[in-house]
Structure formats: C-alpha cells, structure tokens
Ligand binder design. Structure first.
Ligand code: MF3
Ligand code: CO
Ligand code: CO
Length: 240
C-alpha cells in the first residue's frame, strides 16, 4: 500500500507542469495513462471501473467529482481537481489535488485552501480508538466555519486490494459516533467542498457530478493508514 500510494502521488507531481491554458483534459488523461502504464508498470484503476471510460478523473470548476476527461480545453482561471488511483501488485493508492490554470481565481484558491485544511483536520483525527464521527465532525466544522458546504452524497472509503470498500468515511458527523478505528486500517479522506449549497446533480453521462447551484467545488484526497499511535499518510507528494 505504501508503494501504490507513492506511485499515485508521483503521477500528481508529474502532471502539474502540464496543467496550462489550452491543454485538454483528454490530453492530461493520455499523459497520465502513459506514465502509469509505461513508467510505473502500474494499472490506472478508474479505466473500465464500473464502466468509467478513462484513466483519471478531471473535475473542472463546478464539477464536484468523477469528471470524464475529454476535448474540453482548460483556460486561465480554471480550477481542476485531478484524481489518480493506481493499482500496483494488486494494491490501490488513491489521491487527488487541486490545480490552477494560468492566473488563479482568488475565490477558487480560497475554496481549495479550505478544502485542503479541512482534509488535514480530518486526517489528524485518525488513530486507534478514535471514531469515524470524529473525522467527519472535524472536516464539517472547519468547512462550515468558513461558510462553505460539505457534499453529502460522496465520501471517503476503505481501500486496499479493493478500490472502494467498507467503511464509508463521511465528511460530516458527530464526535464519539461511528466505527472505532484500529491499527492497520487504511482509508481515504477526500472532502468535496462547495462554495454555495451542498446539493449536487449527476449529469446524464452517468458519472459527472456537478453542484446544483453551479457554484465552485474543490476536493483534496489522501490514502491514510491508522498506526499504533496515530496515522501515516501513504500518498504524500511534493506539494500536498
Ligand atoms: N478516485 C475516486 C475516489 O476517490 C473514484 C473514482 S471512480 C471512477 O474514490 F470510476 F470515476 F474513476
Ligand atoms: Co477515493
Ligand atoms: Co480518488
């Protein structure tokens, strides 16, 4: 799991330089696919996962998650989440970051910063004897303190030889509730944070999730191991 996590982070470190005005999300997908399959000798987990057609997810501006790469070109001011999951020797590493195209939009930057900080506050709750409600409560409190909202329909997850497994890691909740964590568990923390209302809508392509009010959305994700005295983040990279 450490190797898979490192490889997923390496893909994000690699792709950052390509996120420039004029590139299409389909090109980003192609570059990541080549890198994962040829350089890393790994497998891009999204490809054909429950029918997903591409190797990465690219979620631009008001797209919350699961954006399908295609002909859409990025322009200055866009904010894009790139979500990478690789399989190496049967194990999954799953991580995402926000990238800004050209001149960063101040609102998008602030939303991303709060999503990043909230993810870390959630991660810092992890440890043996802690409960999943502690993670959700920490994330929710920080998001709402900043008058943004937490998406309810999608959540973090257990991960290992299976991409998405139990438990569900909600990014909202109450302290001292939910599953008790134990050493050795591996899960993702990946809050989706909206500038406007929390409500989302699924587009007819069956994958792309957008904010109902078309407000901006941001997300960051790490794969984390519960250790004997806290946590270890398996997907740390150069700037996450
Ligand atoms: N990587 C996403 C997650 O964080 C899941 C993407 S599923 C896909 O769980 F099929 F859209 F790739
Ligand atoms: Co995930
Ligand atoms: Co992911």
């Amino acid at each position: 799991m450490r190797v898979a996590g490192r490889l997923a982070a390496d893909v994000l470190d690699m792709i950052g330089d390509y996120v420039k005005p004029g590139i299409s999300t389909g090109e980003l997908d192609r570059i990541c696919h080549e890198y994962i399959t040829k350089v890393q000798s790994a497998v891009p987990a999204p490809l054909n996962y429950r029918g997903f057609p591409k190797s990465i997810c690219t979620s631009v501006n008001h797209v919350v998650c699961h954006g399908i790469p295609g002909d859409k070109t990025l322009k200055s001011g866009d904010a894009v989440n790139i979500d990478i999951t690789v399989i190496k020797d049967g194990f999954h590493g799953d991580t995402s970051r926000m990238f800004f195209v050209g001149k960063a939009n101040i609102q998008a930057r602030r939303l991303s910063d709060i999503a990043f900080e909230s993810m870390w506050l959630g991660i810092e709750e992890l440890g043996p004897g802690k409960r999943l409600g502690d993670v959700g409560a920490a994330v929710q409190k920080n998001v709402e303190k900043n008058r943004f909202s937490v998406v309810r329909e999608y959540c973090g997850h257990g991960i290992g030889e299976v991409f998405h497994e139990e438990p569900q890691v909600l990014h909202y909740g109450k302290r001292n509730t939910g599953l008790e964590l134990r050493e050795g568990m591996i899960l993702t923390v990946e809050p989706m944070v909206n500038a406007g209302k929390a409500n989302v809508r699924l587009l007819p392509d069956g994958w792309t999730v957008v904010t109902k009010d078309h407000s901006l959305s941001a997300q960051w994700e790490h794969t984390c191991l519960v250790t004997n005295d806290g946590f270890e983040v398996l997907t740390l990279g150069a700037d996450s």
